[in-house]
Design a protein around this ligand. Structure first.
Ligand SMILES: NC(=O)c1ccc[n+]([C@@H]2O[C@H](COP(=O)([O-])OP(=O)(O)OC[C@H]3O[C@@H](n4cnc5c(N)ncnc54)[C@H](O)[C@@H]3O)[C@@H](O)[C@H]2O)c1
Length: 374
């Protein structure tokens, strides 16, 4: 198969969808890979690295889209890329269609085959291509929190780990899933005293078994949260109710119960946030202050660490990309249940129910579409 890797052009996006290692893997299976010039630079890979791995470098994005049967990307195509997408071309990337009617309609009109990372799903309902980014964001959260707790950045001026003779900081993590677990682990590593709250008692039992002694678990409910925020220095929001907006576990009126300089890192901001006062921010301007409480609400945290994020993402996407390249998307999606769930738009038809419902578009069952290709 002919595979194209364009350079990401979304603002501040430095990740790349295929590493030189990924190119070598594709070459091993006799696929041809075209990479746009400088596509990997933001993640630490030079054009020479790609050439050494067996790729051909193309100078422009038009040439990459023009030649490829499968485009592998990181972020959804932006408006200037819509017209580059060819009929029948497979695009394997994060789409998040339900948040953009314009993108959905553009991909329908282009008659592309859109396989979305975020809806590839395993039997146990886990999302293997979202997990790596949750891991990155989770591990980043205490690091960012520690930074904004410094006085010049308007925090309380407290060191997470304390020092001998001085108590460490208190960290409260709301949600004990992927993000929350990674956040708690790193905060504990800094030496902070960490409390993780979740509504899932089974999960709290697991965390209690595996976490170090400076992490305690507690049932998440309004009473416990209201008490804990009075003494927390850093609060990390990491809850998720799949398919729904995050619940507001901390409401505006609760900010007055916190100490001035408390830092809130709401990782769940991409689902509306679990802290009422959180609004999405960017890496250029990550924080704002309400009632002396510092809010950090960056919606694409992994974008700040592309060296790590690219490797984490491609470790998870490459096996699927190789499967698609080896079998063609039709056979790969027919035979692999996880990949089939990734199909969102096929040749002008919306085959993912949630996307069709979001914009009141006609929905076609994915199996019917695949049958026509059998
Ligand atoms: N900002 C970013 O850059 C970024 C990056 C990656 C992920 N995220 C987001 O982080 C959030 C968490 O993702 P995840 O992968 O950890 O999800 P997850 O499903 O692994 O974990 C969510 C946890 O929240 C718990 N929960 C649900 N309701 C709760 C409540 N009322 N109180 C306490 N806990 C509750 C669930 O039981 C679960 O354990 C998601 O919204 C995700 O989209 C953001």
């Amino acid at each position: 198969m002919i595979i194209g890797v364009p350079k990401e052009i979304k603002n501040n996006e430095n990740r790349v969808a295929l590493t030189p290692g990924g190119v070598a893997e594709m070459r091993k299976h006799n696929h041809t890979v075209y990479v746009q010039a400088t596509a990997g630079v933001g993640s630490g890979f030079s054009d020479e690295d790609y050439v050494a791995a067996g790729a051909t470098i193309l100078p422009t994005i038009e040439e990459v889209y023009g030649i490829a049967e499968m485009i592998i990307k990181v972020k959804e195509p932006i408006a200037s890329e819509y017209n580059l997408v060819k009929e029948g071309q497979l695009i394997f990337t994060y789409f998040h269609f339900a948040s953009s009617e314009e993108l959905t309609r553009a991909m329908i009109e282009r008659k592309a085959i859109c396989l979305a990372y975020e809806t590839v799903e395993k039997k146990d309902r886990s999302l293997p291509l979202l997990i790596p980014m949750s891991e990155v964001a989770g591990r980043m959260a205490p690091q960012e929190g520690a930074k904004y707790l410094e006085k010049p950045l308007k925090g309380r001026g407290i060191l997470l780990g304390g020092v001998p003779g001085v108590k460490p900081a208190e960290v409260l993590v709301l949600g004990g899933g992927i993000v929350g677990t990674q956040a708690a682990k790193i905060a504990a590593g800094f030496g902070a005293r960490v409390t993780i709250m979740d509504i899932n008692l089974t999960r709290l039992r697991e965390l209690d078994d595996i976490m170090p002694a400076n992490v305690v678990t507690q049932m998440s409910n309004h009473y416990n949260i209201k008490e804990a925020i009075k003494t927390a220095d850093l609060i990390i929001g990491a809850v998720l109710i799949p398919g729904a907006k995050a619940p507001h576990l901390i409401t505006r009126d609760m900010l007055k119960d916190m100490r001035p300089g408390t830092v809130l890192v709401d990782v769940a901001v991409d689902q509306g946030g679990c802290i009422e006062t959180c609004k999405p921010t960017t890496h250029e301007n990550p924080t704002f202050i309400i009632d002396d409480v510092v809010h950090y609400c960056v919606a694409n945290m992994p974008g700040a660490v592309p060296f790590t994020s690219t490797l984490a993402l491609t470790n998870a996407t490459l096996p699927y990309a190789v499967l698609i390249a080896n079998k063609g998307w039709q056979a790969a999606c027919s035979q692999n249940d996880e990949l089939r769930l990734g199909l969102n738009v096929v040749n002008g038809e919306v085959v993912y129910k949630g996307v069709a419902e979001a914009f009141d578009l006609p929905y076609t069952n994915v199996n019917n579409v695949l049958e026509t290709y059998a």
